[in-house]
Design a protein around this ligand. Structure first.
Ligand SMILES: [Zn+2]
Length: 301
């Protein structure tokens, strides 16, 4: 059976069959949901930049999760979020936080009713109002369906943000080198590099501006809705960044699903012990075992 990565490419029958197969095989089923914003990203990147980043991250993460035995699919993207900071620019389509939370939790109820175990919110729009709304939605999904049922990996957390380059860490990172590189590595036809190369670098830290109570891009001095160094973006850097971002999503989904994955591993051990004797797999002698208990290939934590 073909199993597309995108949820909306299934029919009712093929989705039900894929979920039944996963359940029978003891494989958890997870929805990765790209959520983002429609908002200005300088004169060189489109309004859909945050959505495109979330979609590419979800795609790479879904492939990785499938390789680890999780039946992962990507939900249709949600392109609207809390985008008050970009007010004053055409194309900044903000919605109230309560609307966003209501939509996310209502749809998550349906994903879980259909047989998915987990909903992961994949987000690259970093405005505090958006982060707060998604955190509220994640907590509401967990309260209704259990701690394993939702995750919201945060790009701005210390755990992951520290690995996303100097520009990101400085906070001067809206439509600059960081986001431009991610766009070049996924949808290069959407990047106007000729315009980007002519933009002077700006050192306006958005995180500092927000902490200081600055109301928006314009008041922060970002008259073209960018900060950072758009001219320095490269596809190679974007690929390296996506490796970290996909590791973030996969790790946090894996952590949320740990209990379910353990149960499925136990089931497969039980099944393997039911095989005929000539098919059993040799296990290493105790002397060969790593005293740390760590398996080869275990990712560093
Ligand atoms: Zn953005």
């Amino acid at each position: 059976m073909s199993r597309p990565l995108e949820l909306d490419r299934y029919t009712t029958a093929t989705l039900s069959a894929a979920l039944d197969d996963a359940r029978r095989a003891g494989r958890p089923a997870a929805v990765l949901w790209p959520v983002g914003s429609t908002e200005p990203h300088g004169p060189h990147l489109p309004l859909c930049t945050d959505v495109k980043l979330a979609e590419e991250n979800a795609r790479r993460s879904a492939l990785w999760l499938r390789a680890e035995g999780v039946f992962a699919v990507i939900a249709p993207s949600l392109p609207y979020g809390v985008t008050d900071f970009a007010e004053g620019f055409a194309g900044a389509i903000s919605i109230p936080a309560a609307v966003l939370v209501g939509l996310l939790t209502a749809a998550a109820d349906r994903f879980i009713a259909d047989g998915f175990d987990h909903v992961c919110l994949v987000n690259h729009h970093l405005e505090p109002g958006q982060i707060d709304a998604l955190t509220t939605a994640r907590d509401a999904i967990r309260a209704r369906h259990g701690a394993h049922a939702a995750s919201f990996p945060k790009v701005v957390s210390r755990r992951w943000g520290a690995r996303l380059g100097d520009e990101f860490k400085s906070g001067a990172c809206h439509a600059g080198r960081y986001e431009g590189s991610l766009m070049l590595a996924s949808v290069p036809h959407m990047v106007d590099m000729q315009t980007a190369r002519a933009l002077p670098p700006l050192d306006i830290s958005l995180s500092k501006a927000i902490a200081d109570g600055t109301p928006g891009f314009i008041a922060a001095g970002m008259g073209q809705a960018y900060t950072g160094d758009p001219a320095a973006a490269s596809a190679m850097e974007g690929d390296l960044l996506y490796a970290v971002l996909a590791e973030m999503v996969v790790t946090e989904v894996r952590e949320a699903l740990a209990a379910l994955l353990e149960a499925s591993a136990e089931r497969s051990v039980e099944q393997s012990t039911e095989r005929p004797a000539e098919q059993t797999i040799e296990t290493p002698a105790p002397d060969d075992a790593d005293p740390s208990g760590k398996q080869p290939g275990d990712p560093a934590r």
